[in-house]
Design a protein around this ligand. Structure first.
Ligand SMILES: Cc1ncc(COP(=O)(O)O)c(C=O)c1O
Length: 406
């Protein structure tokens, strides 16, 4: 790039980096590679027929609205539907508590824009979602990693670290990306209390909560926070911003997600979004509403759970059968990912080119640790490859690991 551009970059631009995952997705899309790398839902469960029918309806009955500019907050019937569905999980809110975003990724960026100044500290799990690190680093966030195990963030470690004057706590409570683990209810209560004592808001990022294959539903952190405060029904004024998305239950190509927050926080996020894109695509919002009305998701989500649950089981069985001794994994109760730890002599970043040469891909774990670590870990996606693909890919990966351990 010519110097005239680089010398004019803003300070924040120097903090921008390509996402390791996006770069990897390019490689893992090569023909013949079985990819466990991306976080892609399976196209086998995209409701294509419903979209076809809904497109007709939207263009026939709603064309003037669907092809027109819309409000920044989002299409009201869609926000009302989100309120109704959230209410089923104890989140009692009004449309003014909801902002429709271009994927949860945009919500993360808007949160960075609204809350993070250079040098601000964000508390996160270790490992945590790479996309949040990427979004918030640009605003100059520094990350404080809190110890995390198969039951999520460890409150005692949070209590220790929060003394460093944190601005936000970032939590992935359900089937966490990348570890697949779920934050226990007991820990949710404790973390809310600690956050409250230290007056630090929580960002609850929950793209996978609907995709539970087994075990009991655990109430969202926002609901537990509202209970603790005894908030008036329908007027949430608490400490939590809750994010979720249609990417994993309908289709990620729609780029449709939502943030739930106290009304004055939504107002600030709306102002931030106006500078980004004015509003999320009206056509997509009306389309998603048309597909989802009449409780379509109540019929569709069980199908997704069934398909992904079977793929998870198959992948875990193959790990038990094929992986060399010393390679362990965490059993996820839902979501899209399995987290694997290899013996320390394997550096999964260095092993990746060998794996790709053998036509299998995964994501090395290290980039998910904002402060280093995790060299011998990897994230495996089980939702995207077919069952035959999983069988073949696991054979290839086991051989690559065995050779690395000789
Ligand atoms: C934890 C987490 N947050 C946010 C996102 C972004 O999702 P969206 O497709 O809604 O932008 C993802 C996507 O995989 C994710 O895993």
């Amino acid at each position: 790039m010519s110097n005239i551009w680089t010398k004019n970059f803003a300070n924040r631009t120097k903090r921008m980096q390509s996402s390791t995952i996006r770069e990897l997705l390019k490689i893992s899309n090569l023909p013949g590679v079985v990819s466990f790398a991306g976080g892609l839902p399976s196209p086998d469960v995209f409701p294509v027929d419903e979209f076809k029918k809904a497109c007709q309806v939207v263009l026939t009955d709603y064309s003037h609205q669907a092809l027109q500019y819309g409000t920044t907050e989002g299409y009201l019937p869609l926000r009302e539907m989100i309120c109704e569905r959230s209410g089923r999980y104890g989140i009692h809110i009004q449309p003014d508590n909801v902002l429709i975003t271009n994927g949860s990724q945009q919500a993360l960026d808007l949160i960075g824009k609204v809350f993070i100044d250079a040098g601000d500290k964000v508390i996160c799990e270790a490992p945590t979602y790479l996309g949040a690190i990427q979004a918030w680093k640009v605003y100059g966030a520094e990350f404080i990693s809190v110890e995390t195990d198969e039951h999520g963030m460890i409150p005692e470690s949070l209590e220790e670290k929060i003394k460093q004057k944190a601005k936000l706590i970032y939590l992935l409570p359900n089937f966490q990306n990348p570890m697949g683990c779920t934050l226990s209810e007991e820990r949710r209560h404790r973390i809310i209390q600690i956050a409250h004592e230290h007056q630090v808001p929580i960002i609850e990022d929950d793209p996978y909560g609907q995709l539970r294959f087994e075990g009991e539903h655990i109430p969202p952190v926002l609901k537990l926070d509202a209970d603790l405060r005894g908030n008036d029904k329908d007027d949430y004024q608490g400490n939590v911003i809750y994010l979720s998305t249609f990417s994993k239950t309908l289709a990620p190509g729609l780029r449709l997600a939502w943030a739930i927050a106290p009304k004055d926080v939504i107002l600030k996020l709306v102002q931030a979004k106006q500078g980004s894109d004015l509003h999320t695509a009206t056509f997509n919002q009306i389309l998603a509403h048309e597909v989802c009305k009449n409780d379509f998701l109540d019929r569709h989500i069980p199908l997704i759970r069934k398909v992904y649950g079977a793929r998870r089981d198959l992948m875990m069985d193959l790990m038990d059968e094929l992986f060399p001794p010393g390679v362990t994994y965490i059993r996820p109760e839902g979501g899209l990912f399995l987290w694997v730890t290899t013996p320390e002599q394997i550096d999964t970043q260095k092993l990746l080119p060998v794996a790709i040469a053998n036509k299998v891909a995964y994501v090395p774990g290290a980039p998910f640790y904002p402060n280093g670590g995790g060299l011998n870990t990897m994230r495996m996606n089980f939702s995207n490859a077919s069952e035959d693909g999983i069988r073949e890919g696991m054979k290839r990966l086991s051989l690559v690991m065995k050779e690395a351990l000789v």
